[in-house]
Write a protein that binds this ligand. Structure first.
Ligand SMILES: [Zn+2]
Length: 425
């Protein structure tokens, strides 16, 4: 099973896979206190005497395997669980972890704090790429996906948004419980919970949004064309891959918006009433196809997420009467020529995973491929890509193979120079 990620080998654990996460969380925003019960349905890949999960700084009260308390140790981001008796390969079993504490983001050198983060009034989760253990015990690897049920209890004035569909809710005396089900597979870094005092709205296509009341009017204008974006992307990329798409706008400013599966999160600063950040609305929406449904098998292939989402911005610009993709391509080329041509976007290195050139040169790679293949073959290749790898993971080599099926012209040299050579072709 899961070999180590080539960029982030400290996260993710071998020997098993998680088929389902059932998370039951209670959050007190003012005290910033989270108490959780995570019930994982695990499938043993080999004979096991226990297993290792990724989990940040919490007090772990109990761990149960198949409902019976077992011994465990917890430290250095790893929860090591001993099974009471050996578990045969192929066995499906449950591991339950009860934990409590103030969620602490996962500290990283390259990307700062990741994961669960306290807002001025509420909380967000922004895990990409390794923040998930800041709020639940998991096998934190990008190459595996599981289904989820996320139950959150929070004080009643707060709205809770999580991945999937709201299937149940219960208003108690002072708290409300929200139950979300994500029944299509999802990577750990795309799991999210958003808690804040939001107004709940619907866009014209019925998709939900949670927005601070002071921003509702501006939001209606800035996100008013999102339904048209969905239509465009469905035409170009294939059907929207999930049941629902929710947008959350936090009352705080955020450095960048965040994509989660079926949810995108924007900061108050991304809503200006002038559509000043519409390109990011398109970018985050496009990640539902590229990154969330078609996931990465290894973080090395990050351009498959970011190059594609960045190119979707250009496609929306063209569709909505802004600059054409080819005008943006020309401009981007000039900008890239001015920067260091020392990044191989097909393997940028862990510190440069989110370098702007992965996005821009990735988009330019796709635009150039479009000019080589022609529009019909190019978009047909994209639809084959999203269809073949829907709700799965994929690699750059698999993308190259899909593209190659849409042209007689050999593409090996093309991708070698665009993805694996520093100098801009
Ligand atoms: Zn992105």
């Amino acid at each position: 099973m899961a070999l180590k990620d080539s960029y982030l080998p400290a996260h993710g654990n071998a020997g098993y896979r998680v088929a389902h996460y059932d998370l039951d969380l209670d959050y007190k925003p003012i005290a910033a206190r989270l108490s959780g019960r995570a019930r994982l349905t695990v499938v043993a890949g080999v004979a096991l005497t226990g297993l290792v999960l990724d989990l940040g700084t919490f007090k772990v009260d109990r761990v149960l395997v198949e409902g019976r308390p077992v011994r465990f140790t917890h430290g250095g981001g790893k929860l090591r669980v001993r099974a009471a008796r050996p578990i045969a390969a192929g066995t499906r079993f449950t591991v339950e972890v009860r934990y409590v504490g103030t969620p602490r983001p996962i500290r990283t050198r390259a990307w700062g704090d990741l994961g669960w983060d306290q807002l001025a009034d509420g909380a967000i989760v922004a895990s990409q790429p390794i923040g998930a253990p800041s709020w639940f015990p998991c096998n934190d690897t990008v190459r595996e996906k599981a289904t989820y049920r996320i139950t959150v209890t929070a004080p009643s004035p707060y709205t809770v948004v999580a991945n999937g569909v709201l299937v149940d809710g219960k208003v108690g005396g002072s708290t409300t419980t929200w139950v979300y089900e994500q029944d299509v597979p999802m990577a750990t870094y795309l799991a999210t919970v958003q808690i804040g005092q939001y107004e709940e709205l619907e866009l014209t296509d019925g998709q939900p949004a949670a927005v601070p009341s002071r921003l509702v009017a501006k939001f209606a204008h800035d996100f008013g064309r999102q339904p048209a974006m969905v239509e465009l992307f469905e035409r170009l990329f294939g059907p929207y891959p999930f049941g629902q798409y929710s947008v959350v706008v936090t009352d705080d400013d955020l450095e960048v918006p965040i994509e989660a599966q079926g949810v995108s999160v924007f900061g108050a600063n991304h809503v200006d009433g002038k559509r000043g950040f519409e390109r990011l609305v398109a970018h985050e929406l496009a990640h539902q196809w590229f990154g969330n449904s078609v996931g990465l098998a290894d973080w090395r292939d990050i351009w498959l997420n970011e190059g594609f989402a960045a190119y979707a911005e250009w496609l929306w610009s063209e569709e909505s009467g802004g600059a054409t993709a080819s005008a943006i391509a020309t401009r981007t080329r000039v900008a890239l020529l001015r920067q260091g041509q020392n990044i191989r976007i097909g393997d940028p290195g862990v510190d440069d995973m989110f370098d702007d050139r992965v996005y821009k040169r990735g988009a330019l790679t796709l635009h150039t491929l479009r000019t080589v293949l022609g529009d019909a073959a190019f978009f047909s290749a994209l639809r084959e890509w999203t269809h073949t790898y829907r709700h799965r993971t994929a690699t750059t080599d698999q993308f190259i193979a899909v593209a190659q099926r849409h042209t007689a012209r050999p593409l090996a040299a093309f991708f070698q120079s665009w993805l694996y050579t520093g100098k801009l072709p």
